[in-house]
Design a protein around this ligand. Structure first.
Ligand code: HMG
Ligand code: MG
Length: 294
């Protein structure tokens, strides 16, 4: 059975823009977020409070947050890797944060400058303080299916990392196919490894064109929160084989067709992505954006 409603966790402004070779001006980011909210998206992952040298594209996080419109029903989660990031995020007045863990040793080192084990020493005090401050904390796990340096990743390794984040107090766990290699059977198998599917979300990059099939498999397993990025922007600067996320338009087209509610106005969303593509100077890779903007 399929859910009657899906929450779309829109990551375009964060996962999308962190991977652009140019730094997008704050004013453009703010207009992008406003257009996404106008299109009916209610969870807009806005930016990251990471080290500005690691991700210069998002070094303007504080300025961006101070320019955001407070809109009823819209939340703006941000990525926070450590206590320094949390301090900056609290100062900016955030209500929702996400920590991001790696399922593999190599990516923990490349993305976080930590070992697989020592990443938790960074997250534990960060999550504890965030919960004390009344914030909602999401946990990501990256490289859930394959890793560009280590190859296929064992399900047990992903589940062990994920369950630790849930035990720390993360309200939701987003399972990331960072390099977009998964296929639907693997998605089913991974989801079955967790005790409580209601706390899981999925985060597919579309490198091999499998993101939508993988999403459908996850919905059939009971997942009701799906990450995607408007226009299919995205990637990870610390994983060279990562391309864009599942495009939100491709997702909404499928969900509309299945009669699953999202609250998103597809025409407005396509217009937003066409506008953003003009700002970035290249067309959106989303098939649905291309089909609907001819
Ligand atoms: P580090 O060098 O080990 O940091 O980096 P450190 O703790 O040793 O601190 C060194 C200095 O950096 C200190 O300054 C800190 O204050 C400062 P000093 O005392 O030397 O003057 N510092 C900071 N400054 C500002 N903001 C901060 C911060 N932290 C430390 N937050 C660190 C460790 C985690 C900071 C670094 O590795 C980092 O920023 N990594 C982020 C990488 C990233 O953003 N990757 C992309 C997001 S993950 C992703 O895209 C995957 C996802 O989409 C899911 C999927 O697709 O799978 C989520
Ligand atoms: Mg990602």
């Amino acid at each position: 059975t399929l859910p009657s409603r899906v929450t779309i966790w829109e990551v375009g402004a964060r996962d999308g823009l962190q991977n652009e070779s140019v730094v997008v001006p704050v004013s453009v980011k703010l207009e992008f977020l406003a257009r996404l909210a106008d299109a009916g998206l209610s969870v807009l992952e806005a930016t990251s409070f990471v080290h500005p040298k690691w991700v210069p594209q998002l070094a303007d996080a504080a300025e961006l947050l101070s320019g955001l419109d407070a809109r009823p029903g819209v939340v703006y989660p941000v990525l926070v890797p450590n206590e320094r990031g949390l301090d900056r995020a609290l100062e900016a007045g955030v209500t929702h944060i996400a920590i991001f863990a790696s399922a593999t040793e190599t990516f923990a080192s490349r993305n976080l400058n930590r070992t697989l084990d020592s990443q938790f020493e960074m997250f534990a005090p960060t999550v504890a303080r965030a919960l004390d401050a009344g914030l909602d904390v999401r946990g990501y796990v990256s490289m859930c299916f394959g890793d560009p340096w280590e190859g296929p990743v064992a399900r047990s390794q992903v589940v062990a990392v994920g369950e630790r984040l849930l035990e720390m107090g993360c309200s939701q766990l987003s399972l990331g196919d960072t390099i977009g290699v998964a296929t639907p059977g693997q998605v089913e198998s991974l989801l079955e490894g967790f005790r409580d599917v209601s706390r899981l979300a999925v985060h597919f990059h579309d490198t091999y064109g499998q993101a939508l099939s993988n999403t459908l498999a996850a919905l059939r397993c009971g997942v009701t929160t799906v990450d995607s990025s408007a226009g299919g922007l995205g990637g990870c600067p610390y994983a060279e084989s990562a391309t864009g996320n599942l495009a939100t338009e491709d997702l909404v087209w499928m969900l509309d067709g299945l009669g699953i509610e999202t609250g998103v106005d597809l025409d407005k969303l396509v217009a937003c992505s066409v506008w953003m593509a003009e700002q970035l100077g290249r067309p959106s890779p989303s098939r649905v954006v291309r089909a609907l903007s001819k």
